[in-house]
Design a protein around this ligand. Structure first.
Ligand code: SF4
Length: 361
């Protein structure tokens, strides 16, 4: 998670390139969000750690199991993207990772962006920008991606001679990546629009406009405009007769509605935990999670004459843990240890396809 001070210039918090594009949709969001804390999710935290391993080029064997494959895959995608880029960029390039750039005129700064990865050619006329999205959410492809466009503006400010910028969005979880080319001559006009936007969103009273873009807004549960939007879009609908186009439209709203429900539940829980009365609601204990120290339990149960087979029937094997141990014992890299285990245990593996999920086409 980026720290607030990283995005501040001369003590003033400014928009960042990762969210600036979203502010076209709701200009009031920038000020509305300042009163609320970041909504942390396990996925977002893992994403931050994955970015760190990419930036530091951690040895793949040192990357934690839960991220090992994703980081490996992201590096593979990066290599393919760079291969494409090198076809249009004839010269040697210099690599930068997780560098924060600022868009400013003299002492007046407008916005900044921390770019996951970029390379600029020796003559400073060509560049490639890569943004990693580690989890499975929907992101606009490179040719429509505002974050990458904003990063291109930032890079052009830093390297005014840039003529061609190859932009890429890498999504290792989805096994896909998209690319596009931005002509450096188009960037001054985009810069002017973004500077104008950055000024507008910092004005008191900037208009709030709700819609599906509210999904990750920190003000979501508190925003009257978002509440009106939720009410309007959860009104009666005759499900049996709904047309497919209307259903698709409704489906697009679901992620934002889900986030709104979650945010309201979390707010209620937080207040109750602080002892604040929320009429008709109270906290309820939901039991304990019981786990066993397996080696100790095994010893006790074997002493009590439970057979090894019976005991093992009650245990489940975690693949990630087994790979870790196997990699250590055999001194194999994690990816190789996984492959080796899958081969060795072929007859003992059961795989059941997960239920299909609905995603945006
Ligand atoms: S919840 Fe939506 S309408 Fe309200 S400030 Fe956030 S983005 Fe704007």
């Amino acid at each position: 998670m980026e720290q607030a001070d990283k995005r501040s210039y001369n003590g003033k918090r400014l928009p960042s390139g990762s969210s600036l594009g979203e502010l076209f949709e709701c200009k009031g969001r920038f000020l509305a969000e300042q009163n609320f804390e970041e909504r942390e999710t396990e996925e977002a935290n893992l994403g931050t750690i994955a970015h760190e391993h990419m930036a530091e080029e951690t040895d793949i064997d040192e990357v934690p199991d839960e991220l090992n494959y994703l980081v490996y895959k992201a590096r593979e995608q990066r290599a393919l993207i760079l291969e494409e880029f090198k076809k249009i960029c004839p010269s040697v390039t210099k690599i930068s990772r997780e560098v924060r750039l600022w868009c400013k005129d003299g002492d007046e700064a407008y916005f900044s962006g921390e770019i996951d990865y970029f390379e600029v050619s020796e003559n400073e006329e060509f560049a490639v920008i890569i943004d990693y999205k580690f989890f499975s959410g929907y992101y606009k492809p490179a040719d429509q991606n505002r974050q990458l466009q904003t990063y291109s503006v930032l890079l052009k400010d830093e390297y005014p001679k840039l003529k061609t910028i190859f932009i890429a969005l890498a999504q290792p979880m989805l096994d896909q990546w998209t690319t596009a080319i931005i002509d450096g001559d188009n960037l001054p006009a985009l810069r002017a629009r973004l500077v104008q936007l950055s000024r507008e969103i910092q004005q008191e009273g900037a208009e709030r406009k709700a819609g599906i873009h509210c999904k990750w807004c920190k003000a979501l549960a508190h925003c009257p405009e978002a509440y009106e939007w939720v009410k309007k879009n959860t009104g009666e609908i005759e499900m049996d007769n709904v047309g497919n186009d209307e259903l698709s439209e409704k489906m697009a709203m679901v992620p934002t509605l889900e986030q709104w429900f979650k945010a309201v539940k979390k707010l209620t829980k937080d207040r109750l935990e602080k002892g604040i009365d929320v009429p008709d609601y109270k906290l309820r204990k939901s039991g304990n999670i019981t786990t066993f120290n397996v080696p100790e339990a095994a010893k006790k149960m074997f002493d009590a004459n439970l057979s090894v087979d019976e005991f093992l029937k009650c245990c489940s094997l975690k693949e990630a843990e087994l790979i870790k141990v196997w990699a250590k014992i055999t001194a194999m890299p994690v990816a190789k240890a996984k492959k080796d285990l899958r081969l060795r245990l072929e007859s003992a593996i059961k795989q059941k396809p997960k239920a299909q999920s609905v995603v945006k086409a």
